[in-house]
Design a protein. Structure first.
Length: 235
């Protein structure tokens, strides 16, 4: 119990003095996850909106697959990215394996289905609500998708926050493609796993506290955005 209390005390000390090693890991985690979410938004927003407004053969199966991909196993995604970026893979010449870029790619593949699926559902709901008005103005399908994305921006920001929560907590995929290299690819989740196995509970607890704080902040933002969206809807 004394060792456990001492570890907590040391973790609080590391946070209070802004330990450089801890800050470096947190900064890399945020850079990787925010970059992955930004790329996922660029792909997921238009993809989800187009699927929502267009009707084509196999539309139902496409929606089913998109929803199923929200639960992609991280280790499988990590393995696929590893195979693609390894020296024997099709992208091996880029030498991206065991770099932050490889981690961003892996997280992007995990987050994009979440963003796209939530976007599709949001845009589909809005389309049902505004379909007659949009038809009266003669708005085409692509313009309709863009209009509904803007109208549902608060809900879509919630999708991004959900994607960020998935990305920042990811460990399986990033450790496969990043290798958990100190000062290069070590992020909070992989560092927590490593430091715990080494018995360095102070740093592991410090990083865990930061991770929990980020999770609380994300949930608070989600609630705030939902409240803002509701006020805007009834304004």
């Amino acid at each position: 119990m004394q060792d456990f209390s001492a570890a907590f005390g040391e973790a609080f000390r590391l946070l209070s003095v802004l330990d450089p090693a801890l800050l470096e890991i947190v900064a890399l985690s945020l850079r990787v996850s925010l970059s992955a979410v930004a790329l996922a938004a660029l792909i997921g927003f238009p993809l989800g909106a187009v699927i929502a407004v267009l009707r084509f053969p196999g539309h139902g199966i496409t929606v089913l697959l998109l929803n199923a991909m929200m639960g992609l196993p991280p280790v499988v995604v990590g393995l696929l990215v590893y195979l693609a970026l390894s020296n024997a893979g099709p992208l091996g010449a880029l030498q991206l394996l065991y770099t932050p870029t490889a981690m961003i790619i892996a997280q992007m593949l995990l987050v994009t289905p979440i963003v796209a699926a939530i976007t599709r559902q949001t845009v589909d709901d809005l389309r049902g609500e505004y379909d007659e008005q949009l038809r009266v103005f003669g708005i085409g399908k692509l313009q309709m998708a863009a209009t509904l994305i803007w109208d549902g921006r608060y809900s879509l920001l919630t999708a991004l926050l959900a994607g960020f929560g998935r990305a920042i907590a990811e460990v399986g995929a990033v450790i496969i493609v990043g290798g958990n290299i100190n000062h290069v690819t070590r992020v909070m989740t992989t560092a927590i796993a490593l430091e715990t196995s080494k018995g360095n509970l102070a740093l592991a607890l410090g990083l865990g506290m930061v991770l929990l704080l980020l999770a609380l902040c994300v949930n608070a933002l989600v609630m705030a955005l939902r409240a803002t969206a509701q006020r805007a809807a009834f304004a």
